[in-house]
Write a protein that binds this ligand. Sequence first.
Ligand code: SF4
Length: 709
Amino acid sequence: MLLREKGSKPIAIPRKEIDRWIYTTCGYCSTGCGIEVGVKDGRAVSVRGTADHPVNRGKLCLKGIHEFEAINARDRAGHPMIRDGADGPLRRASWDEALARTAGEFKRIQERYGRDALAVVSTGQIYTEEFYTLGKLVRGGLGTNNYDGNTTLCMASAVSGYKRSFGSDGPPGCYDDFDRTECLIAFGSNLSECHPVLYYRLKTALERRRFPVIVVDPRVTMLAQLADIHLPIRPGTDVVLLNALANVILAEGMEDQAFALAHTTGFEDFARTVSRFTPEYAEGITGIPAGRIREVARIYGRAGAAMAIWTMGINQSTHGSDGVAAINNLALITGNVGKPGGSSLSITGQCNAMGTREFSSASGLPGYRQLENPAHRSEIARFWGVDETFFPEKRGLAMTDIFPAVERGEIKGMWVIATNPMTSMPDTDRVREILGKLEFLVVQDVYFPGETAALAHVFLPAAMWAEKTGTFTNTERRVGLVRKAVEPPGEAKSDLDIFAALARAMGLGRLFPGEWTAEKAFDEIREVSRGRLCDYSGITYEELAARGGIQWPSPSGSHGTPRLYADGLFQHADGKARLIPLEFVDDNERPDESYPFLLNTGRVIEHWHTRTKTGRIGNLDKFSPVLYVEMNGRDAARLGIEAMETVRLISRRGEAEAVCLPTERVGPGSVFTPFHFAWGANKLSLGLLDPHSRQPAFKQCAVRIEKTR
Ligand code: SF4
């Protein structure tokens, strides 16, 4: 039921003639807003927020409001393309020709160099039914173990940290916790720009009932300006701060002993480790005064229910997985897991980053099953009708390790689906060289050209959001329905149809018998997830539309579950969560005489990731058309740089030009630039990898700034 906010003013949509409104879920971020597409004469001409939706209550952010324009944007790809020879131009081709060439090259590469010489690099953008289909094709048919997605660039550390602490991926909390918590602490989360409707949910909760908000971020973001306490932490030192908070909580007896004893293991080792992280010691590393650390620990530790959220400030680090485990440690020692208002909630990035984690088989097998578990391999082999010895016994390379393997000559072919590594990967000049070494590159995407698509030997045009039916899962595990509102352009096909067609072209059609549809894939998902943590067996498309989504686990007869682990039973074999002792490892590139500034990167409200969509949308691109760099005003004055002057950012990897914005949002010695632009941040970034998650540390590298004249 809609909770209409007192005095809220719904956004006025200009009157347009609409034939019908089609209910869907937003295709940008993982907030999972309910959104309806207005269709006139078969064309998407408007959108509106779904008034009674449990996530967004009618609200949309700037990207959502303009989402229909992404469908109608210029450069929608409407037909397959093929490159004749290695260097010829891409020319129009039929689907039969493009699929035959792709199937032929995949077979040639795998026969000549081995199954793993083909890599598949996927996304967080397509529907869960499509992820499931792709996983079935890759794990059950192609058999390459070098299969991953771009979620390794944003969410891998959250996944890894959850698995280490709780025994499984899956965010335990939900948005309702904003309305019930007594303390919110946000780590490296620019909620107001990256997840604006969650920011609105938080602000609404605060208007109803004031509770302390603490923001840990090196930059004074809009969320930091809302906070009661802002901790401008030195980048890369979060584990030290988190250990120090735990130190104070234990030293002052604020822990929930009963919960920790009943539901965790490792308490003694953990307590011994954090005893060394006194607030005074942490002050020297994090730059946060010891008194402030004690104050924050007391607010969090004494709250009846406390909530921690985080985004890329934690994940995109060489110790992102440890940062997540440290947040989970804090929640576990205070009993803030599985209770209203008490949670450790990773705010997810892409609209369906969760769906790929659940059912794409990229890091394992569907339904949070692991390749390393013989029982899991045999369950899925039986279900798919394949020989279980066909499955590898452990996970292959992550996306960030696939590219170096191409460089070493171990991988010869790559299938890139709805992602743009030429902008999103660190050190993009090197990525271009690596892609140039491939014998065969196929790119499947919704627009052409794109930075990566331009390098393809075969390009496959895909239908986009609202041109096909399926589901997304959002941050709070809510499965949302996305209905087809309009036809895709030209000959573009849904990703699901492309996967099934390619399977047939490769002689693997047995995996997808009859006419393979989203409904069929969803039926298999329901069946294969029965009894698993991410249980979909009680979910139907009809209920998804009626309820504005359902939070898994949702076994038959249930209407979903708002919080995981409410019964105190975790997913490790003994049912207990792990308290993990964590040391501080300072292994990032640090500023020096030649490169004296620490570069931090992030998002702006107008753009989505690599601008593949938003760079084509008039108003969004007009609001944020250029690369800029925020620099502390005192540093700018010292270097003689004026506001709006173009400067050159130079790292050991490359250089980029940006407009300089002198500001107090960043401290002296630090600079910030958005990561969306192909000619920007990732030409500079180093991207050292987290040892557990293989996620790159996009946010910490050393640069120098020069005037261009
Ligand atoms: Fe879409 Fe995210 Fe904006 Fe909601 S907050 S409208 S899901 S981009």
